[in-house]
Design a protein around this ligand. Structure first.
Ligand code: CA
Length: 235
């Protein structure tokens, strides 16, 4: 899927040129020619990156940037500016911009900055992702997916709803696939040092997890190692 970029630029010719260049690089580009339209566009189109001109009619690029950040928007934002003074740069960075490019700029430079910001973002996203076989877990959003393969259809992701402890247990097992964790290790890591109670709690939670992970007769991934503990592995 191509990455989505919004471009807010009031110089129509420049906007058209950039749109053409970005599109030919394979990005999905949406363009606005003023700040307010840009704000609406940014909220509606869930872009991966925004390029905002500094001087815009109505809402300036800096103000637009500030408003996006204030509403929790975390995408990379690049400001285009004709201003070259240090003060302006600081204002832009204070408003939450990640980068700025001074006009006139070469398209190669802008494209290189875009690639760098999108790559960094992908790397950050991947840091939160654990994957094993067809199972994936996002540590940040605490979501778990397993891919469904209905007969004759392309695989699609099935969301698995887990309780806090089920999630913690699965995250621990997924943190080191094929490593056998002892019951003590699991108790300590998932339930904490102070846990006093029935150590059957692990068996109970493993059973819950298996029921949810194997709801559609998917392959078993959490295995019991008799007398030792549990392991996440293929067979
Ligand atoms: Ca302008």
């Amino acid at each position: 899927m191509s990455e989505r970029i919004i471009l807010v630029e009031d110089e129509v010719k420049l906007a058209q040129f950039l749109e053409m260049e970005l599109t030919s690089e394979g990005y999905d580009v949406s363009v606005a020619n003023d700040g307010m339209t840009g704000l609406i566009l940014a909220r509606e189109s869930t872009p991966d990156l925004a390029i905002l001109d500094w001087m815009l009619p109505g809402l300036s690029g800096v103000e637009l940037c500030r408003r996006l950040r204030a509403t929790g928007c975390k995408i990379p934002i690049i400001l285009l500016t004709a201003k070259d003074e240090v003060n302006s740069r600081v204002t832009g960075l204070d408003a939450g911009a990640d980068d700025y490019v001074i006009k006139p700029f070469s398209i190669e430079e802008l494209l290189a900055r875009i690639r760098a910001h999108l790559r960094r973002r992908t790397e950050e996203d991947n840091r939160h992702l654990l994957q094993f076989e067809d199972l994936s877990l996002n540590r940040q959003t605490r979501e778990v997916f397993r891919s469904d393969k209905p007969f004759g259809h392309a695989p699609r992701l099935r969301t698995i709803e887990l309780t806090v402890k089920e999630f913690d247990l699965l995250e621990y097992l997924m943190s080191n696939p094929r490593q056998v964790f002892t019951r003590d290790q699991i108790l300590e890591k998932v339930w904490g040092y102070d846990f006093v109670g029935d150590s059957n709690v692990i068996e109970v939670y493993v059973r819950y997890l298996r029921l949810k992970l194997e709801q559609n007769n998917e392959k078993r991934l959490i295995h019991t190692v008799r007398g030792v503990g549990y392991v996440l592995r293929e067979e």
